[in-house]
Design a protein around this ligand. Structure first.
Ligand code: GLU
Length: 296
């Protein structure tokens, strides 16, 4: 591989790490180590109202307690506003981003009329605001695809899930780059920062897999490279839903980091580690067998 492998773990500091988030952290670390690459941590604190003060430092401590220490400076998205603004401006200059004046209610009623499924933005403001004040900024998906000669179906291959595809215009619509409250949208921030940090491989939870097509389109629109992707299995809570801070996942019990790591390894399908003193080294070898040397 000619490029320098750079991986990352990108937690949102909306609470402490739990058993589910450790799976993504461990997997991204193992993949970087197994490739002889670098592993970075990015604190995704763009959604400031949802961030918990001090959670960023606490997360870094939790990672360190598990032996997962970044190989370079930690990046905080809250300090990256200028880079996001420059990216949005370049899209606006190309005619690929437009202001949207729709309130949530207006979007819902337009969806009902156009019989769009609930999650799809119906494109109301694509041709102009019609006198409404600008609230959010959206990507004009079809304009990007037409200008760059991209197919309607965005296709990519996930290293664990295999071939994936999404028709972003039909299944998502013109998605938000800057929110009505002025905050930067996850899609824009993640794409700008993955490129700025030279991330070549993204390893993250499977709940994020369906954001990938949007991110690939944005990478094309901004002239940025597309990393390789691997989405890890989710940990399910007692209610059968994905374990998350929202459904009350407990912070990792770091009185026994090895037990926490062992559970995360199990979720990843890695065999039980017989010798706890070099857990991470052994897990790395198993990871290589499972996700790197096996033919795709
Ligand atoms: N910050 C996101 C989260 O904690 C992860 C983003 C990503 O890995 O792309 O769910």
């Amino acid at each position: 591989m000619a490029e320098v492998y750079t991986g990352r773990f990108a937690p949102s500091p909306t609470g402490l790490l739990h058993a589910g988030s450790l799976v993504a952290a461990l997997a991204s670390w193992l993949d970087a180590r197994a490739h002889g690459g670098r592993w970075l941590v990015r604190i995704e604190d763009v959604d400031t109202p949802r961030c918990v003060p001090g959670a960023d430092q606490a997360i870094l401590q939790q990672l360190a307690a598990c032996g997962l220490v970044p190989d370079g400076p930690v990046l905080w998205q809250s300090q990256r506003g200028d880079a996001y603004a420059a990216a949005l401006q370049s899209l606006v200059n190309q005619g690929w981003a437009y202001p949207c004046g729709c309130s949530r209610k207006e979007i819902e009623s337009a969806q009902a009329v156009a019989r769009h499924s609930a999650a799809v933005y119906p494109g109301t403001c694509r041709e102009g605001l019609n006198g409404k004040p600008a609230r959010a900024w959206r990507l004009n998906v079809l304009a990007v695809q037409q200008a760059l000669g991209l197919p309607a179906l965005t296709q990519w291959s996930d290293r664990r899930l295999g071939p994936q595809q999404q028709n972003v215009a039909q299944e998502v619509g013109d998605f938000v780059l800057r929110r009505a409250d002025g905050l930067w949208a996850y899609q824009l921030a993640v794409v700008v920062d993955d490129a700025a940090q030279g991330v070549s491989h993204v390893v993250r939870g499977q709940d994020l897999a369906d954001n990938t097509a949007r991110q690939i389109l944005l990478q094309r629109a901004l002239g940025l490279p597309t990393p390789q992707y691997l989405h890890t299995p989710l940990v399910m809570g007692a209610n059968g839903e994905k374990l998350s801070k929202q459904n009350g996942a407990l912070a990792l019990d770091l009185s026994d980091p090895l037990a926490a790591l062992g559970q995360a390894a199990q979720v990843l399908g890695l065999p039980a580690q017989p010798a706890p003193h070099n857990f991470l080294t052994q897990a790395q070898a198993s990871w290589t067998r499972l996700f790197i040397s096996r033919p795709h």
